[in-house]
Design a protein around this ligand. Structure first.
Ligand code: HEM
Length: 621
């Protein structure tokens, strides 16, 4: 095996490995992997994606930054230009984002589930687990002596908590290479997370080969392990009571997934998508086995995983992201191609990394999370609702009372929250449901803005759009006047405005529905993914690349097809299921939702006839 320093990206000797082993930092600070084979497909642990820098792309490797960091002394959050403290995060949140419930008439809950799942592919849970489980005391006197604790103050005149008496919101600092001990303290804090930076279904296949082998693979027919319960297929479950599904209401609720990573047991939306894409792997493997009876488990598994990741990228890039950022915008900016042909923009000089700004910008979507998960029967009749924030770490709920059937129906029938500067009260006042007595996700978002050391909003705005902003007047046309007035009340100068505050108040981008700076930070990463990923599914020149026929099949895929193939009792759905059903998007039988023809993967060596003629045309059509 090879040993690489996870931060510096260079090979290290056994002495160094032993030193880490002694100080218990091997897991975080050392990447151990087998030498690269240029013809091998995508590795689960992300190594060998870039053949020159083989540990880049693995977990625990550094983020990149779009703009260099800006901190105060000792890497504490920066102050206002005047040297005064910046406004409290909670004050910014309560003033800049209103609270209420306004249902979107355009986007469905499914779009939000898919987005949160996408973000879970590139971050990890430990920063949240830190304050929920390991340091629940940051608001208590004990928290004062713990340098990890950085709780958020609630002012006396808070619109909600002047009545409740709460004066503090629990929070801890983000974990960094410095705090873990990979690199010396005293340098710019660099965030560390466990997911691989690639958008590669980390929440399904995990980030480490050993976990996938032990918890994922069935070693039969290319399948992932699964359980059947009341006619439904689930990922395998933990058999002990001591598991991460803390909120399971026993004795009825017992299910807790035992997957290679725990992400699938966390937020409701991530859980749903993880179950669906887990099942989808087995659906694909089964189809492949039908057309290729001579393929062994290994080949079926690897091909099914490659296709599953490709389908996921296809619906993210061509369906989900356009529903927010605008289809034409994404074509113009080179994020997607309208032609459907191969596309090869790989550049080995660009390392497979995620910008720190990307998952941070995605937090803006907290404003679009509808708090009540509505459930419907198979005919679309409303049945009941449940607060989604109370589903975190409560996998068991999905498996009782047919809930997953009704939640699945709700996912494409219920609207998300509207994009409108208004956030759901469950997000702003509860956030973590029963896990904390009080929490405001968006106050934490604002506080993290500062602990990540992002430069001011105006610097990002200038980096994205060129034009400098020198005064609050320059925000005219970018931000509505009433919100400029609030910014002016809160901040001394326009150059003090935090990045997230700017994103919260911007007017949506032309041709799309998101704030322009969110757009800019998001497409930067979406482009980086395809440029830096040697295994990008649209490439004709990657190991085991799809042929034109196969890519053509992948291009047909939609989230509606996913639910038709593996959703619980889904027999009809609208073709664009991230958007609400309506005049141009009528619900139809699943038979009318384009499906993948797995004949495109038929291997003539298996000796069965093919359904395609030599021009790649489906003879059966
Ligand atoms: C039920 C709804 C949701 C809950 C309960 C929830 C909860 C949380 C929590 C507790 C955090 C950590 C806050 C902190 O920094 O202390 C967080 C961060 C985050 N959330 Fe959500 N969230 C929800 C919905 C969403 C949605 C719809 C998205 C869409 C993309 C999203 C994306 C993110 C991202 C990207 C982060 C940052 C993660 C990181 O950098 O480690 N969340 N969320």
């Amino acid at each position: 095996a090879l040993f690489y320093d996870s931060y510096y990206g260079v090979p290290i000797g056994m002495d160094e490995v032993k030193r880490h082993s002694k100080s218990n930092t091997t897991f975080w600070c050392v990447n151990e992997f087998e030498p690269c084979d240029p013809n091998e497909g995508r590795r689960v642990d992300g190594t060998c994606n870039n053949l020159r820098y083989p540990n880049r792309g693995a977990s625990h490797t550094p983020f990149t930054r779009i703009l260099p960091p800006a901190f105060d002394k000792d890497y504490e959050p920066k102050k206002a230009a005047s040297g005064n403290d910046l406004p409290l995060p909670r004050v910014l949140r309560t003033n800049l984002v209103s609270v209420g419930k306004v249902p979107s008439q355009r986007l469905t809950q499914l779009a939000i589930h898919a987005f949160v799942f996408l973000s879970s592919d590139v971050v990890s849970l430990h920063d949240t687990i830190n304050y929920i489980l390991w340091r629940p005391y940051c608001c208590a006197p004990r928290g004062k002596n713990d340098t990890y604790c950085v709780p958020n103050k609630i002012p006396n005149d808070d619109p909600v908590h002047r009545f409740s008496g709460h004066r503090c919101l629990n929070m801890t600092r983000p974990e960094t290479f410095q705090s873990i001990g990979c690199i010396p303290k005293g340098s710019t804090p660099e965030r560390i997370v466990s997911s691989t930076p690639g958008i590669d279904l980390s929440s399904v296949y995990g980030n480490f080969l050993k976990n996938l082998q032990e918890k994922g693979r069935l070693y039969q027919g290319g399948l992932l392990k699964y359980e059947e319960d009341s006619g439904r297929i689930w990922p395998p479950s933990t058999k002990t009571q001591a598991n991460v599904c803390f909120l399971n209401q026993r004795p009825a609720e017992t299910r807790c997934h035992d997957m290679p990573e725990d992400g699938g047991n966390t937020l409701g939306g991530i859980n749903l998508m993880a179950v669906w894409l887990w099942r989808n792997h087995n659906f694909i493997a089964t189809q492949l086995a039908k057309v290729n009876p001579c393929w062994d488990d290994e080949r079926l598994f690897n091909t099914a995983r490659d296709i599953n990741i490709a389908l996921y990228l296809q619906f993210n890039y061509y369906e989900l992201i356009p529903a927010f950022l605008g289809y034409e915008n994404l074509i113009k900016d080179g994020v997607i191609t309208p032609t459907g042909e191969f596309r090869d923009v790989y550049n080995e000089k660009v390392l497979p990394q995620v910008s720190l700004e990307f998952p941070f910008a995605l937090r803006w979507l907290h404003t679009v999370q509808e708090g009540s998960l509505k459930m419907y029967d198979l005919e679309g009749h409303y049945l009941k609702q449940f607060p989604i924030v109370n589903l975190t770490l409560r996998t068991g709920y999905f498996d009782v009372d047919n809930n997953i059937d009704y939640i699945t129906q709700g996912s494409f029938r219920q609207g998300s929250a509207k994009i409108d500067y208004i956030a759901d009260p469950d997000i702003t006042e509860q956030g973590l449901g029963p896990h904390q007595s009080v929490s405001d996700l968006m106050t934490n978002d604002m506080a993290k803005n500062r602990y990540f050391g992002f430069q001011p909003y105006v610097k990002y705005r200038e980096a994205c759009f060129g034009k400098p902003i020198r005064s609050f007047y320059d925000l005219e046309g970018i931000v509505d006047s009433e919100r400029i007035e609030i910014l002016r009340d809160l901040y001394e100068k326009v150059e003090d405005v935090d990045l997230l505050a700017g994103i919260w108040v911007e007017r949506p981008i032309y041709g799309g529905y998101v704030p322009p700076t969110f757009y800019c930070l998001t497409i930067d990463q979406l482009r980086r993914n395809m440029i830096s990923d040697r295994h990008w599914y649209e490439r004709p020149n990657r190991p085991n690349a799809f042929n034109a026929l196969q890519l053509g099949e992948i291009r047909k895929y939609t989230i509606a097809r996913l639910l038709c193939d593996i959703g619980d009792k889904v027999t009809k759905i609208q073709p664009h299921a991230f958007l609400k059903a309506g005049f141009n998007n009528k619900m139809v039988s699943c038979e009318n939702i384009p499906a993948i023809n797995y004949e495109a993967w038929r291997d003539l060596n298996c000796g069965l006839p093919t359904y395609f003629n030599q021009y790649g045309k489906d003879i059966a059509e």
